[in-house]
Design a binder for this molecule. Structure first.
Ligand code: NAD
Length: 216
């Protein structure tokens, strides 16, 4: 029902949810749009606009938003009140590190299993996850009701693995591979590009040229 929210709004809703979750833990009862905006690095006006778009009703003029209700409303808008079943495709260094991350469950993401094409990994347990071969992808997606996969294969394998993931009926891909993967409209891809973050850091850390020196 909120599918038509702009992607940048969804990103900000995720940021507001993190902020209100922290406030709730701290025992804060009301949060003004000023306070939410400061914490999420946007203006109070933007906060009000986003929360209006998301049909949030927990705001009261003068007092702000009731933190506990806002947290529940945002969780609901973001689809986080149900659990999502997740698998990892590519159980190498990154796949194994993700398999060891203990906090997915706390956010309603249920890490169910891994897939790999390496016969030495198939049939083993990595962390607590059973690892299946890629030939089993379609049947396991159906049997285990998998919604989302983390894609953690080498760049050269991304296309082939993605084709199998799409064919298997997975609806969401969190793509850790530093390449663009193409999928039909029925599948949503979210890239996790830590190299993009590094490149942004490099830009901000470099000594900036003196603007006066460049105008001559
Ligand atoms: P890795 O070589 O350790 O592991 C890759 C795994 O994918 C292996 O287990 C391999 O058998 C499996 N695989 C290869 N082709 C496959 C296929 N077609 N289907 C299923 N499984 C297949 O690599 P890694 O270091 O874990 O990195 C994985 C990806 O994540 C890379 O694209 C990398 O650029 C990206 N990445 C890695 C890191 C990191 O810190 N290691 C960080 C960010 C992004």
């Amino acid at each position: 029902m909120h599918k038509n929210l702009p992607s940048v709004t969804v990103s900000r809703l995720v940021a507001y949810l993190r902020v209100v979750s922290e406030m709730e833990v701290e025992g804060v009862i009301y949060a003004t749009s000023d306070r939410l905006g400061n914490a999420a690095n946007v203006s109070a006006h933007q906060v009000r606009k986003d929360l209006l778009l998301a049909k949030v009703t927990s705001g009261t003029r003068g007092r702000g938003y009731t933190v506990a209700i806002l947290r529940r409303e945002l969780s609901s808008t973001l689809g986080l009140t149900r659990s999502w079943r997740v698998a990892i495709v590519g159980m190498g260094r990154l796949g194994q590190a993700l398999a060891d991350y203990p906090h997915f469950k706390g956010f309603n993401f249920d890490l169910v299993c891994g897939f790999d094409r390496d016969p030495n990994k198939v049939g083993k347990l990595i962390g607590s996850l059973p690892v299946y071969g890629m030939a089993e992808l379609s049947s396991r997606v159906e049997e285990l009701a998998l919604d989302i996969v983390f894609l953690t294969v080498p760049v050269g394998s991304a296309k082939a693995a993605t084709e199998m993931i799409v064919k298997a009926g997975v609806r969401g891909v969190l793509n850790f591979v530093p390449t663009v993967i193409s999928v039909p409209d029925t599948v949503r891809v979210e890239p996790v590009d830590f190299l993009a973050g590094l490149k942004r850091l490099a830009f901000y850390l470099q000594p900036h040229a003196d603007p006066a020196a460049t105008t001559t």
